[in-house]
Design a protein around this ligand. Structure first.
Ligand SMILES: CC(C)(COP(=O)(O)OP(=O)(O)OC[C@H]1O[C@@H](n2cnc3c(N)ncnc32)[C@H](O)[C@@H]1OP(=O)(O)O)[C@@H](O)C(=O)NCCC(=O)NCCS
Length: 159
């Protein structure tokens, strides 16, 4: 059975569920205060995915606007909801919300061992652009830098 998913802006009241997902997703999870800080920044865009039946938060995406690019800061999906297209939905909503407004592309860093996430990003049009040596402080793992060109606004039909 596939779950019905609704995407909404993240709010402070989501913090407890964010923390639960974050801890089950990363060896060095962000703290609640890091999320609270991102939620309060006008330059950040924070989206949550909710299971419509239960109302639970099942995934989230945090991105920051820089001069030349949107930077994907964090994306995670509750382990028992993975491989149902939820991260793809979040990223595609991000492209919809940011297309055409500027000439900004999209960039992110991902652990070189995180082959599942790299596959996800490649499917969404990201390409490898280099490596940051020893970027992750917990195990000095390298980060793969990925980049996606700006998404164009759909061309209006001239009828
Ligand atoms: C990476 C993550 C966000 C993916 O979320 P998700 O909702 O499962 O992703 P999707 O269902 O949208 O995946 C779309 C496609 O990406 C690829 N993919 C995603 N996760 C994969 C995995 N673990 N192994 C192999 N391919 C994977 C597949 O091609 C998948 O399509 P398919 O299921 O039809 O084969 C999730 O696994 C997660 O939260 N991981 C822990 C946190 C993390 O590593 N975040 C990224 C940090 S840079």
């Amino acid at each position: 059975m596939t779950n019905q998913i609704e995407l909404k802006r993240l709010e402070l009241r989501d913090l407890a569920e964010i923390e639960e997902i974050e801890r089950s997703s990363y060896p060095t999870p962000w703290s609640r205060s890091m999320f609270a800080s991102e939620l309060s920044k006008p330059s950040s865009l924070c989206l949550g995915a909710h299971d419509v039946d239960s109302g639970r938060l099942v995934g989230y995406l945090v991105i920051s606007r820089y001069v030349d690019a949107w930077h994907v800061m964090n994306i995670a999906v509750r382990p028992d909801y993975r491989r149902q297209g939820i991260a793809s939905m979040l990223m595609n909503r991000l492209f919809d919300l940011t297309s055409g407004r500027s000439r900004r592309g999209y960039t992110l860093e991902v652990r070189v061992s995180n082959t599942g996430a790299i596959k996800l990003y490649e499917r969404l049009g990201f390409k490898p652009r280099g490596v940051r040596r020893g970027y992750y402080t917990d195990n000095r793992e390298d980060a793969l830098i990925m980049w996606k060109d700006p998404v164009q606004e759909p061309v209006a039909r001239s009828s």
